[in-house]
Design a protein around this ligand. Structure first.
Ligand code: NI
Length: 197
């Protein structure tokens, strides 16, 4: 059982590649559930423009800063089909930042996997979610080309969690209504407290 998305663990951008250091990046505020923008079906990215590249870099910086292992565009208020992830968690291992534009699942394994998931939009709350253990995903890269790869274990869970975000779905939509309601009420309370500060 490992926590996804809202995980602890450091993955600094150092070593993420020269392309990620060539622009001035900025950390974006992450929307906290409940927020209507987290429930929307996001629109496909029409073309990979410089603006999309900048958004992806900002999202990676925001994700590493949180820290988390995945972040979807709607979590920073952009309702476009794009997410970033880096599930490398071992100390000293090279970061592997990935940007997936218009991602789709083209195959899933029968074998399932259960992880304790978290989400940067639902801080401090975790729940076990069962999903296919392996998936094949196809997406558009920042290079404007189609990519296809198989993800396994934590990478597969993270990719499915992030793809859910693009369809207005959160990990708590996979759990029971009672626990979901409890978490949502706690988040509403947290937001009220934050608004008062
Ligand atoms: Ni999430």
């Amino acid at each position: 059982m490992r926590r996804t998305d809202g995980c602890k663990g450091k993955s600094p951008l150092n070593g993420a590649g020269p392309s990620l250091k060539s622009h001035r990046m900025s950390i974006k505020p992450i929307l906290i559930h409940p927020d209507p923008r987290l429930k929307k079906l996001c629109a496909p990215v029409a073309s990979v423009t410089a603006d999309i590249g900048k958004l992806a870099e900002d999202m990676l910086e925001t994700m590493y800063d949180a820290p988390g292992i995945g972040l979807a565009a709607p979590q920073v208020g952009v309702l476009s089909r794009l997410f970033v992830m880096d599930c490398v968690k071992e100390e000293g291992e090279r970061p592997r930042p990935m940007v997936l534009i218009n991602p789709e699942i083209v195959a899933i394994s029968d074998e399932k996997n259960t992880y304790e998931e978290g989400c940067l939009s639902i801080p401090e709350h975790y729940a076990e979610v069962t999903r296919p253990k392996r998936i094949t995903m196809r997406w558009l890269g920042l290079d404007g080309k189609l990519h296809e790869d198989e993800f396994d274990g934590l990478w597969a869970t993270c990719a499915q969690h992030e793809l859910d975000h693009l369809n207005g779905k959160l990990f708590i939509d996979h759990i029971g209504a009672i626990k979901r309601g409890m978490i949502t009420r706690k988040m509403e309370k947290l937001k009220r407290e934050q608004a008062r500060k």
